[in-house]
Write a protein that binds this ligand. Structure first.
Ligand SMILES: Cc1cc2nc3c(=O)[nH]c(=O)nc-3n(C[C@H](O)[C@H](O)[C@H](O)COP(=O)(O)OP(=O)(O)OC[C@H]3O[C@@H](n4cnc5c(N)ncnc54)[C@H](O)[C@@H]3O)c2cc1C
Ligand SMILES: *[C@@H]1O[C@H](CO)[C@@H](O)[C@H](O)[C@H]1NC(C)=O
Ligand SMILES: *[C@@H]1O[C@H](CO)[C@@H](O)[C@H](O)[C@H]1NC(C)=O
Ligand SMILES: *[C@@H]1O[C@H](CO)[C@@H](O)[C@H](O)[C@H]1NC(C)=O
Length: 517
């Protein structure tokens, strides 16, 4: 139970605006699912509500709010060519759709849809390891734990998620924070080749030489450029790592020890071996500090404070075993949840004040069933940022010329009736945190796609104005008719016009200028 408070999760959100343009008549779910059944090869399964395949897809969604949406059918391609044909059917019949790999994006409608259909990528699950080249080809539908299981016998690993069931597809189209990010950047920075199905159904290879503009854009792909059907990534030797998860009571001693350790870690650019994150959390009104530690050489570290832990577990083993046995068990497999993320410089007094503000906002809600809240801090060192040089986020991240911190607010509760009050409380804490960080001069404008909620701006904040224009150019090149703008629901969309980011003087991003099509 204690481990539900861990905050090192990532999240992402997408604006739902695209496709709401008037005058574009969209087909009904029944008509679209019939068209899929009639026009696709019989090898491509189309599953109606109530079938076991449909239900299996439905149950992969991490967020219980996503599980409240019911597509008319799901369609399950086995190959890139199947995906291509599905897109042609969608375009011909004007069928809106959502795309799901692992289903772990946190917000309702990010990868599921009411009516219409979901393209369920779970059958794109190939793992093709080339030990001599130190590379691996991965299908998007794989959960990361399957990837680690396949790599472990070769004593190698790659830059994937730190949770069993996060999908390859969504993780790598939003960034991807990993145990190795301090030296390897985001997971997406370690993809050297993509196979992508474009809006018109063509299947293209994308790398630094071929479709190079798209290669760059795919590092922050969102749902704008194509459906990725294969990722080729680099691997690295990793016989064993060490991982530990600990929870401590919140005392002056534990707070000062753990935040001092985190601050030192966040500023240590020479460190190539360690991952460390710290979270303030509250589970059923019980407060704690939660720490995740990992060493990539497998050598255990001591505790970061002399305070006795409430709980502790650790293991030396493959990445698979550490995630599966130490980290996965710490998290609920599904949750009614709301996330909020922003990015700051490393600033311990601010971190402590975030916790005080969270106490003020959430203590009155302590009687709500199943309430947990957490404020997680994960480092984004200059060495991490340097590794994003091939990504649209690089120029935005280097603006601060400093080591940064991803802050993730992660709230869970049980009662659907508490949705609005929990969203409001989480958003109030996030808005306070951003305004206060701005006032103290420690706010970065960056918002991490995979941790954001549906109201947060990604493309207006995670890239510079120039790079946003460049992304728009890439979008016009590869989806000139705006098919994905109209039909692909969920995820994050490039705004058609406007930019609100580093040049705003309040640091608070305004609503205007986000033109939805
Ligand atoms: C328990 C948990 C642990 C997490 N741990 C981490 C972590 O360690 N590090 C981290 O950075 N993040 C982490 N996250 C956040 C995670 O990276 C995002 O939620 C990510 O979007 C999940 O990918 P998915 O394939 O499971 O999601 P989905 O919900 O299936 O997809 C997410 C988005 O990507 C789009 N998409 C999916 N597949 C494709 C594709 N093949 N081509 C194009 N678009 C596609 C979808 O349409 C959707 O918009 C975690 C989340 C949870 C819930
Ligand atoms: C992996 O490491 C183990 C333990 O060191 C060793 O016994 C095994 O031979 C290695 N496997 C490969 C494929 O290198
Ligand atoms: C929203 O949250 C703020 C901050 O906690 C609080 O002042 C306000 O009353 C809340 N509003 C609603 C409708 O819950
Ligand atoms: C599909 O779109 C791509 C990118 O715009 C273009 O290069 C290609 O020629 C198109 N293919 C067809 C068959 O229209």
């Amino acid at each position: 139970m204690l481990s539900r408070s861990l905050l090192f999760l990532l999240a992402s959100s997408v604006r739902l605006g695209a496709g709401q343009d008037s005058g574009y008549q969209q087909a009904s779910g029944e008509a679209c699912c019939d068209a899929l059944r009639n026009e696709l090869p019989s090898s491509v399964g189309v599953f109606a509500r109530g079938t076991s395949e449909y239900n299996a897809r439905h149950q992969t969604y991490y967020s219980l709010q996503q599980q409240e949406l019911f597509p008319t059918c799901t369609v399950k391609p086995n190959t890139a060519s199947d995906v291509s044909q599905i897109l042609r059917v969608a375009e011909a019949h004007k069928c809106p759709f959502a795309v799901a790999s692992g289903g772990h994006m946190s917000w309702k409608g990010s990868s599921n849809i009411d009516g219409n259909f979901v393209i369920d990528l779970r059958a794109l699950d190939q793992i093709d390891i080339s030990p001599q080249d130190q590379t691996v080809k991965l299908g998007p539908g794989l959960p990361w734990i399957n990837v680690y299981a396949a790599l472990a016998p070769f004593n190698i690993s790659t830059t994937g998620a730190r949770n069993n069931f996060v999908g390859v597809g969504g993780f790598l189209t939003g960034g991807g924070i990993t145990f190795e990010s301090i030296t390897k950047g985001f997971g997406a920075d370690n993809v050297f080749q993509y196979e992508v199905v474009l809006a018109n159904g063509s299947i293209v290879s994308v790398n630094k030489d071929t479709n190079a503009d798209l290669f760059w854009a795919l590092k922050l792909a969102g749902t704008n450029f194509g459906i990725v059907t294969q990722y080729e990534m680099t691997t690295f030797p990793s016989p064993v790592i060490w991982g530990a998860v600990s929870a401590y009571p919140i005392t002056d001693q534990s707070t000062s020890d753990l935040l001092r350790a985190f601050e030192a870690y966040g500023h240590d650019d020479t460190n190539t071996n360690t991952f460390q994150s710290v979270s303030f959390a509250s589970v059923g009104g019980v407060d704690m500090l939660s720490v995740v530690q990992c060493t990539l050489d497998g050598v255990p570290q001591g505790p970061l404070t002399s305070v006795e832990p409430i709980s502790h577990s650790e293991l030396v083993g493959s990445t698979h075993d550490v995630i599966n046995q130490v980290i996965q068990g710490a998290l609920a497999p599904t949750a009614r949840t709301h996330w909020y993320t922003f990015t700051t410089r490393i600033n311990t007094p601010f971190f402590k004040d975030m916790r005080a503000k969270a106490d003020e906002i959430f203590t009155p809600l302590n009687d709500r069933d199943g309430l947990t809240w957490a404020i997680g801090f994960q480092a984004l060192q200059k060495s991490f940022i340097a590794r994003t040089a091939g990504s649209p986020v690089f120029n935005a991240l280097t603006q601060a010329n400093d080591d940064l911190v991803f802050i993730l607010l992660l709230v869970t509760w049980d009662d659907p009736a508490d949705e609005l009050v929990m969203r409001n409380a989480t958003n109030a804490l996030g808005a306070w945190g951003e305004a206060e960080a701005e006032r103290r001069g420690v706010l970065s404008q960056f918002v991490y796609l995979n941790y954001a909620n549906e109201e947060q701006r990604i493309y207006e904040r995670a890239v510079t104005k120039e790079d946003l224009d460049r992304l728009r150019t890439v979008q016009k090149t590869y989806d000139p008719s705006g098919t994905f703008v109209k039909l692909w629901k969920g995820g994050y969309k490039i705004p058609a016009a406007g930019y609100h980011g580093a040049e705003t003087d309040t640091g608070v991003v305004e609503e205007q200028g986000h033109d939805e099509l």
